[in-house]
Design a protein around this ligand. Structure first.
Ligand code: HSE
Length: 443
């Protein structure tokens, strides 16, 4: 049995520091759990002088990636620099040299993952990526191992803590999006450039990974319909609350009976009493429906130094256990052999059917409501209820909120284009999809 498994980290930022700390501080626990010594042999970063708040053993810090690549004793390269390059090159080089890889890089996996998984599969090395989705929540391991007996029909998730934090504060305190975002940035919860988080792109990276695993299809970022939360107003939140819903940036992955998959991310109105509605603040949750197990929800910290470090070290331990027993590749990276993963069969978003919330901004004058309902009727969109509060003064606008019965997205978009071209419409109509969850929870 191999008595030491050597690990090198590239990227000594927040997650790199958390990972290093766990490897150093939990050495004896990890030895018990792997029956070997998990040894942090290298840490590589451009900055090796800043204080990370803990003692780093002498001689392991380097600015030269080749020291890791050319070290024949290095078993596992942990990529924590993020972004596409040079992360992709480093990962492919490590694989080529026969090293196992662990990464948290969801943007890279969602855009170039199949190239990486194919290279690893050919070379017979492992790629661990638990930390790429849900931070410390073991949702990838759950899919690959705990739920392996199931046909998983649904993956739902609140997978971005920043967006969830903003929506939670907007809901609890009636605040505007821009106001909460600014405060979140001041407190360091949101990035200086929050685009990926608030426009759903970070969530789309994560859904691409989860839906590939769950459905056995090569689903990439471009396959996912994505809308963010930046247009949500306190008015929408207060209407949603009054109507019995909460608004969440929901990642939806649903496999239909014809094996086509519906993969989308958008603000979604979900019943206030659903478990996912209780996921507040910076917390994440991933919710699965499997044909044997039924519904399963995992909840926890989706980001942060130590929770993400926990997921990285879990992957290192998996690989170390395999190395010591000479059974590398026991659990395939994508839950089944790489060449058995099929092409994506994406259901176009125009063909989805759900209920809708529309908020029209209109001039308050006779005939407006009948014109709107006439256009909706032409597209076979049936109205469930209408709410108009108060009366506008002559010059100002008034919001009209309508909830529909189930309608087809393509027809909804056509109708709204027509409605928004009317002269009594004073602003772009707000549309939020409503999921009562029953259809999504069918296995
Ligand atoms: N930026 C992400 C979030 C965390 O706000 O949840 C890293 O995936």
């Amino acid at each position: 049995m191999k008595d030491v498994v050597n690990v090198g980290i590239v990227g000594f930022g927040t997650v790199g520091s958390g990972t290093a700390r766990i490897l150093l501080e939990q050495k004896s626990l990890l030895r018990k759990r792997t029956s070997t010594s998990v040894n942090l042999k290298w840490i590589c970063d451009k900055d090796i002088t800043s204080d990370r708040g803990f003692q780093v053993p002498e001689g392991i810090l380097t600015t030269d990636i080749d020291q890791l690549m050319d070290d024949p004793e290095l078993d596992i390269l942990v990529e924590l620099i993020g972004g596409i390059e040079p992360a992709k090159t480093f990962i492919l080089q490590a694989i080529e040299k026969g090293k196992h890889v662990v990464t948290a890089n969801k943007a890279l996996l969602a855009t170039h993952g199949f190239e990486i998984f194919e290279a690893a599969s050919k070379k017979g090395v492992e790629v661990g990526f638990e930390a790429s989705v849900g931070g410390g929540i073991p949702c990838i391991k759950a899919l690959k191992e705990g739920l392996v007996a199931n046909n998983v029909s649904t993956v739902l998730g609140i997978m971005n803590g920043t967006a969830n934090y903003i929506l939670t504060r907007m809901t609890m305190e009636g605040l505007a999006f821009d106001h909460v975002l600014k405060q979140a940035q001041e407190l360091g919860y949101a990035e200086a450039d929050p685009t990926y988080d608030v426009e759903g792109i970070d969530t789309a990276h994560k859904l691409a990974i989860m839906s590939t695993l769950a459905f056995g299809q090569r689903i990439g970022l471009d396959d996912i319909y994505t809308e963010g939360i930046s247009k949500i107003t306190p008015l929408d939140i207060s209407f949603a609350t009054e109507l019995g819903y909460s608004i969440k940036l929901l990642a939806i992955g649903k496999k239909n009976s014809h094996e086509s998959v519906d993969v989308r991310i958008h603000p979604t109105m979900i019943p206030k009493d659903h478990l996912l509605s209780q996921v507040n603040g910076a917390f994440n949750a991933v919710y699965f429906v499997g044909d044997s197990v039924g519904k399963v929800m995992l909840y926890g910290m989706g980001a942060g130094q130590m929770p993400t470090g926990s997921a990285i070290v879990a992957d290192i331990v998996d690989i170390a256990r395999d190395i010591t027993r000479g059974c590398t590749g026991r659990v395939p990276a994508l839950s089944q052999p790489f060449d058995s993963i099929g092409p994506p069969r994406i259901k176009p978003v125009e063909s989805i059917c759900c209920k809708y919330y529309f908020r029209f901004t209109v001039m308050d004058k006779p005939g407006v409501l009948s014109r709107i309902s006439g256009i909706l009727g032409e597209e076979e969109i049936s109205i469930n209820s209408v709410v108009q509060k108060g009366r506008a003064s002559k010059a100002s606008s008034v919001p009209i909120v309508m909830l529909t019965h189930e309608a087809q997205e393509g027809r909804v978009k056509k109708a709204l284009k027509e409605i928004d071209s009317q002269d009594f419409i004073l602003d772009e109509t707000m549309i939020i999809r409503i999921e009562d969850m029953k259809a999504l929870e069918e296995s």
